[in-house]
Design a protein around this ligand. Structure first.
Ligand code: SFD
Ligand code: AMP
Length: 625
């Protein structure tokens, strides 16, 4: 493989890290403001933008559409919905900031060619109150196309894996990374950076291990790069305890939203009982949340988990019942048959648009959804602040909503590090933005970042010695392998190094058993968490011994280092918050109730110079009744 790397240096004004939904939004908006202000914009993605990030396979719905101009809902309605779903812990200013711009992102998608389902009257077909049905197999391709056209291909670097930030004092100064195809080490120098590198998966042991390794709900290629990058830059983090556990069709992770909302399906246990009905009294313990509809996602999970813990599994999505019920509403037999066929098509398309493997699993297990129910189950935990989780960096709100409060420090979506902006999964406490809201948030961040550049138009200083130090550290796994692989007959077994896959298994085992993973029934306590922290410390020591045979494995090494840091901040924040606020995501057995004095944000900052953590409570400010 060789460890000689060519140095490539790119100097730009605005650097967008990532090429997913929020990065594509940032690209389109930045291109517009850049032209007006003579600003150079550069985008870097670890993969190919056409199919990178969570939307790679496509999606079957746009989950955030507020419909403000259509008169469907108000901004306040959306903020209340998110606040309730996150058990009271949300940045209302950020949620409102995204909600007031999201519809225009959706209209752009439609203009760019995304087929959104329409009804007989030409209106959008809603999956639920906020969700629109789409034919979304090519969703990412066309969103990426618009971004690429806006920026110009010369300003886009694909297949470059970003690792660490570059800083000039308290300001961001760029980023470093390496090509995953050729021996090239990249230094990007910039006046402002927008972090859009998604969330994290495979931090916890997945339900599918050897037999289906890599199969998870969240895309295996998002590895906590946003959290790692912003942590290393010294940015304050928020809601890093708020993981997301989606309930999904078991083993292939097909989505449930269309079934629950569009097809109005029930979920029942092995005895035929409906946990959402039979366990309604449990919701009293978590009041006032769960008192109004929709019941928060974590509480819906929790009621199902209680059934499973009592031995009442499996839990079934009653697809057969739901389809037959809708078809039965047709008056004559011909219409009923036609409707049935139509519903069957919709059911399969829901999976083929975004989780193809679920359709394959149905086919390979002879499952006809109109005839047979399918198992659903709570997945392993993921970090996806744009969905029903909330993890990410603590960012400034917009001036008109947050000005004069501690939520505003100059530029919308700027983190606590000057010039470093975050969007999508990278920015925290603004859940339920999904694909469309992430795109809108990217646009918001880009406009603010260009303004920041206009106001702070000097190129920050980058110390060459720092770049050399990072280069040595980042490429070290190649050297470790080179120096040692001949010392044993099997390159997998060697006392001098650890390969990234084994390192990942070790991390996942720690998180699964100590930090409330699947095998611990999503439950933990202080003693378990302390032991987990101790084991993570040993893991961190061994990360110096990671070995990479080639560039692909080098990327795997860094993905797993990022996962380890994501795990670390998660465990520390769970320890800090001494209550259970999101049962169904995780349960603190030593603090089993929700507490008023924890109705606040739990924030964490890593001080790299001292190798120390700082934990803070931050107030929740409410802007809406
Ligand atoms: O319903 C580096 N989401 C859904 N949203 C919807 O609107 N509708 C749906 O139908 C959705 N469904 C869904 C969803 C997510 C997933 C995983 C599934 C199903 C299976 C949520 C959205 O997808 C999500 O909110 C957005 O995609 C978030 O956008 P963003 O930009 O925060 O993340 P990204 O799109 O994953 O992009 C990340 C980018 O970063 C790159 N990257 N680049 C350089 N260096 C590194 N080290 C990097 N690490 C990552 C990636 O390549 C990518 O370009 S439903 O089932 O829930
Ligand atoms: P999912 O397919 O589970 O990601 O859901 C898609 C959208 O529907 C998201 O906005 C979810 O929060 C929402 N959703 C899913 N199931 C339900 C439910 N039972 N009640 C209310 N909202 C739901």
């Amino acid at each position: 493989m060789g460890t000689d790397f060519e140095n490539v240096e790119v100097t730009t004004d605005l650097l967008i890290l990532g090429g997913g939904m929020s990065a594509c939004g940032a690209a389109v908006e930045a291109a517009y403001w850049a032209k007006k202000n003579n600003v150079k914009v550069t985008l870097v993605d670890k993969a190919a933008m056409d199919r990178s990030g969570a939307v790679a396979m496509g999606l079957s719905a746009i989950n955030q559409y507020v419909g403000i101009k259509d008169g469907d809902n108000t901004l306040e309605d959306y903020v209340r919905y998110v606040r309730q779903d996150l058990m009271g812990v949300t940045r209302e200013d950020l949620v409102a900031s995204i909600a007031r711009h999201v519809d225009s992102s959706v209209h752009l998608f439609e203009k760019w060619g995304l087929p959104i389902w329409t009804d007989d009257k030409g209106g959008y077909v809603h999956e639920g109150r906020w969700q629109l049905m789409i034919n979304g197999e090519s969703y990412k391709v066309l969103v990426a196309e618009a971004a690429k056209n806006a920026l110009g291909i010369d300003n886009i670097y694909e297949r470059i894996f970003i690792t660490d930030p570059l800083l000039d004092g308290d300001k961001i100064a760029g980023a470093v990374g390496f090509s995953v195809r050729e021996n090239k080490f990249y230094t990007f120098k910039a006046k402002a950076v927008i972090v859009c590198m998604g969330g994290a998966v495979h931090v916890f042991r997945p339900r599918s291990t050897g037999e289906g390794l890599g199969r998870a709900w969240y895309p295996p290629w998002n590895s906590g790069s946003s959290t790692y990058f912003t942590l290393m830059a010294g940015a304050e983090q928020t809601c890093q305890e708020v993981r997301f556990i989606p309930v999904r069709f078991k083993d292939a992770y097909g989505p449930v939203g269309a079934w629950f909302l569009l097809f109005k399906s029930r979920a029942t246990n092995a005895m035929g009982g409906e946990y959402m009905v039979e366990r309604r009294d449990e919701l009293e313990k978590w009041a006032p949340y769960g008192k109004t509809k929709p019941i928060p996602a974590n509480l819906r999970n929790w009621l199902g988990m209680l059934d499973v813990m009592e031995g009442k599994g499996p839990i079934y999505m009653r697809t057969d019942e739901a389809i037959q019920k809708i078809a039965a509403a047709e008056t004559d037999e011909k219409a009923r048959k036609k409707k049935l066929k139509h519903l069957e098509n919709e059911a399969w398309e829901d999976f083929l648009d975004m989780t193809i493997s679920q359709a394959l699993l149905w086919a390979s297990t002879n499952t006809a959804p109109e005839e047979k129910s399918s198992e659903i189950a709570a997945a392993e935990p993921y970090f996806i602040g744009s969905h029903s989780g909330a993890s990410g960096a603590w960012v400034s709100g917009p001036e008109d909503l947050a000005g004069g409060t501690p939520y505003f420090w100059g530029y919308t979506n700027m983190s606590t590090v000057k010039g470093m902006f975050c969007a999508g999964d990278a920015s925290g406490a603004s859940s339920h933005k999904f694909s469309s809201g992430s795109h809108a948030e990217g646009r918001i961040a880009a406009k603010a970042a260009v303004k920041y550049i206009v106001d702070n138009n000097a190129q920050p200083n980058v110390e060459p010695a720092k770049v050399d130090e990072l280069k040595e550290k980042i490429l070290r796994p190649l050297q470790v392998y080179e120096d040692n692989y001949k010392k044993t007959t099997d390159p997998d077994i060697n006392p001098n190094y650890i390969r990234p896959k084994m390192f990942m298994f070790r991390l996942q085992k720690i998180m699964d058993e100590y930090a409330a993973g699947v095998s611990a029934q999503f439950s933990t306590n202080r003693s378990l968490l302390d032991r987990g922290t101790e084991l993570l410390t040993f893991l961190r020591e061994d990360s110096d011994k990671l070995a990479a045979e080639d560039l692909h494995e080098l990327m795997r090494c860094h993905e797993n280092i990022q996962r380890m840091w994501q795990a670390d901040v998660h465990v520390r924040t769970i320890i800090f918050r001494e209550e259970t606020r999101w049962p169904g995501y995780y349960f603190r057995a030593d603090f089993p109730t929700i507490k008023d004095d924890w109705k606040c944000f739990a924030n964490a900052t890593y001080h790299a110079d001292k190798d120390e953590w700082e934990m803070n409570k931050r107030d929740i400010l409410s802007f809406i009744d």
